[in-house]
Design a protein around this ligand. Structure first.
Ligand SMILES: [Zn+2]
Ligand SMILES: [Zn+2]
Length: 362
């Protein structure tokens, strides 16, 4: 009996070894097949938005900050309202992340910037190039932002001008029309504090910018997006702010920036221990113009939002186990669900209902 069991085990092990050898030997062919399947799926779908139900959809194309985080590109939020796609802030790596989420940059109608700290704009050139080449557009996309926008957009346009000439020469004006290159800046001024400005106001869609408190960085704004009966608010970079609270009143989803004072303090202590006083000072400085997860939770609670998504995560969270440490006491302050965003997180808010469906795109 024991002998036949041993024989079966030997057969199994030899079989597994033969299979593993075959797979290893064929690994190139298998990888190519997987690539073909993936390419098929992506290239067949020029209009990924069409498959979505009517409503607001929010995709995290960058949940991070200036500090490198393997799970989080620089700040970026994709918002799909009905059949229209908008992007709010474009940090480093955000354009690549949008593509990985199988969204089509050619479909971006407009970009909205909250302020001009580099982490919120340094993916803009890449995104504009992706859209231009992908869309064969004859008009560039509108880029909205508070005072200072024109110089930012003109700077990117200048930096990419040579590349524009190469691509038009190489692919021809029909494929990449020069008139569609760059961006159409829509700079607006806004009073600080408590100023607000309606930027888009149509039948079913309203997008409002509102001043937030990120001093000495000014102007700095957040955005409120309403589509039919659903509302999403993006805080932008801010200390705990009454303005965010006012705009988020009864919103379905509040995306709020968050910095863990406790974890940043650990970084500061480390720099101090090793005599790196400049970095230690920066860790001290950044704590005074951001919000803690507890601040974000108290804003969400006061505004009675349905769900709170923490993004612009500082510092990076290399371990899942750090999440409870990061959120700290926030769950005792806000009675609704709280998420610590990661790139690829996806929220669907169907019109005419009050559900929030949470999922992930690759
Ligand atoms: Zn900032
Ligand atoms: Zn920032």
């Amino acid at each position: 009996m024991a002998q036949s069991r041993r024989r079966r085990l030997v057969f199994f092990l030899v079989g597994a070894l033969v299979l593993a050898t075959l797979l290893y030997w064929q690994r190139g062919a298998i990888a190519l097949r997987l690539v073909e399947n993936g390419v098929d799926r992506i290239t067949a779908n020029a209009d990924p938005i069409a498959a979505l139900p009517d409503g607001l959809h929010v995709g995290i194309c960058g949940a991070g900050s200036p500090m490198t985080d393997a799970h989080r590109a620089g700040p970026c939020t994709a918002v799909i309202a009905g059949s229209r796609m908008f992007v709010f802030d474009v940090g480093s790596g955000a354009a690549a992340r949008l593509l990985r989420m199988e969204l089509n940059p050619a479909q971006i109608e407009a970009v909205f910037l909250t302020h001009y700290h580099s982490d919120h704009i340094d993916g803009l050139g890449e995104l504009l190039m992706q859209r231009w080449v992908g869309a064969a557009a004859t008009q560039p996309p509108r880029v909205f932002g508070p005072t200072g926008l024109d110089s930012v957009v003109n700077g990117f346009r200048e930096a990419y001008r040579l590349d524009q000439s190469y691509r038009t020469q190489h692919h021809g004006e029909q494929l990449v029309p020069p008139s569609g290159f760059g961006a159409d800046p829509r700079e607006f001024d806004i009073e600080s504090p408590s100023g607000r400005r309606i930027l888009i106001d149509e039948d079913s869609l309203q997008i409002v910018a509102f001043a937030v408190d990120h001093g000495p960085v000014a102007p700095a704004v957040g955005y409120r997006i309403r589509y039919k009966d659903r509302t999403v608010v993006i805080s932008g970079d801010t200390r705990r702010s009454k303005d965010v609270e006012r705009e988020a009143k009864n919103a379905d989803l509040l995306l709020h920036e968050a910095l863990s004072m406790k974890l940043v303090q650990i970084l500061e202590n480390g720099f101090d221990r090793h005599g790196r006083s400049r970095y230690a000072q920066i860790m001290r400085d950044i704590r005074n113009y951001h919000s803690s997860p507890e601040d974000a939770a108290s804003v969400a609670e006061a505004a009675s939002v349905k769900r709170l998504v923490l993004h612009h995560i500082v510092p990076p969270l290399p371990l899942e186990a750090l999440k409870p440490e990061f959120v700290g006491n926030a769950p005792t302050i806000f009675s609704g669900p709280i998420d610590v965003a990661r790139d690829g997180d996806w929220y669907s808010l169907p019109a005419g209902g009050d559900s929030i469906i949470v999922s992930r795109r690759p």
